[in-house]
Design a protein around this ligand. Structure first.
Ligand SMILES: [Zn+2]
Length: 335
């Protein structure tokens, strides 16, 4: 498979990732540095709200004012990018909060881009935090039970991504695993005047038990069933490559493998096969396991964290999304 067969202009615009020093640094292929770290942050409504997630020591749900402080602190330690998740006041059956003009993510993006303009703001594009049932798509219940509808969901995802771009998001990151979402988002962005907004696709996202602590952080656990009808089966590597190929063909500028440590083989294969900017998401379970073991003094937190991230880079990840980003930036500066 050659790169030239994987996409075409105008969906494919390599210049999207060359627009700023921060973006170029973010996708540099050979260095291990703070430039390549992304810190996930959780925004919730209110003021002066700073609520620690019990299963993730050091991770907080933050109101926009507090999140701004956290983002500015991250920037000051050298972290150049954040990935935003939103926890709305109200959830409903069509995820209205996900694409509301003044939704929690949209508000927070505007604030961040105003106050810390050189911080790259990536937004997670999904509906699960905003759906009353906690699934990533529209649900239809019939005699056969509840089904997650693919095609009707695409419109809402595209609308969500466009509203993030309109608020000033530097990159939009669809994480739902619906078929065709990257194309739907690309078309909506291009039609809305956002042809230069890159898409970071959660291309190979597995239905993983390592996401447990995140669902507590994002308050997005499904109320019924599970996500196995849309997220991937951990047994399948060739299917992961097909998923990545599809997303690139549809216009993804960057692709992600998630989780990271349990999928190092896929990070390697994805990088080797496609040569695209590749992100590894060191997910909540990976972070919490290190924290828990370190709290018992069973392992050295710093050494284990750095070794894990190094393994992701070695496997081929250009960008590493980690809840430990600020600690890592400090450690890199000290070393
Ligand atoms: Zn979701």
């Amino acid at each position: 498979m050659t790169l030239s067969a994987l996409g075409r202009f105008p969906a494919l615009r390599p210049r999207r990732l060359r627009q700023s020093p921060a973006l170029r640094a973010l996708v540099a292929e050979t260095r291990l540095s703070t430039d390549q770290l992304v810190l996930p942050l959780f925004a919730r409504p209110g003021r002066k709200v700073r609520r620690e997630v019990p299963a993730m020591p050091g991770v907080f749900q933050l109101s926009p004012d507090e999140l701004l402080q956290e983002a500015a602190k991250a920037r000051a330690t050298g972290v150049r990018a954040v990935l935003l998740f939103g926890i709305p006041d109200r959830k409903d059956a069509k995820a209205s909060g996900a694409y509301a003009r003044n939704g929690i993510v949209q508000q927070t993006v505007r604030l961040l881009k105003k106050e810390v303009p050189d911080l790259v703001v990536i937004t997670d594009v999904c509906l699960c935090e905003y759906m009353e049932h906690g699934h990533c798509g529209i649900v239809r219940r019939d005699a056969k039970g509840a089904r997650i509808l693919n095609d009707p969901t695409l419109k809402l995802l595209a609308q969500t991504a466009a509203s993030h771009a309109d608020a000033g998001a530097d990159i939009v990151a669809p994480s739902d695993m619906m078929d065709g979402r990257v194309r739907a988002i690309r078309e909506k962005l291009d039609a809305g005047g956002f042809a230069d907004t890159p898409i970071l696709s959660y291309a190979a996202k597995f239905a993983s038990a390592f996401y447990g602590p995140f669902r507590e952080a994002a308050e997005s656990a499904p109320k019924f069933g599970d996500r196995r009808s849309y997220q991937m089966d951990a047994a399948n590597a060739r299917e992961a490559l097909r998923e990545v190929a599809l997303d690139i063909e549809e216009g993804a500028d960057m692709v992600m493998v998630k989780p990271a440590l349990a999928c190092l083989d896929l990070i390697y294969r994805v990088k080797a096969e496609f040569g695209y900017p590749t992100a590894a998401y060191a997910v909540s379970g990976e972070y919490s396991m290190v924290k828990a073991a370190a709290a018992k003094r069973w392992i050295d937190e710093r050494a284990v964290t750095m070794e894990s991230l190094l393994a992701m880079r070695r496997a081929g990840a250009d960008t590493v999304i980690t809840y430990a980003a600020m600690d890592v930036a400090r450690w890199l500066r000290e070393s």
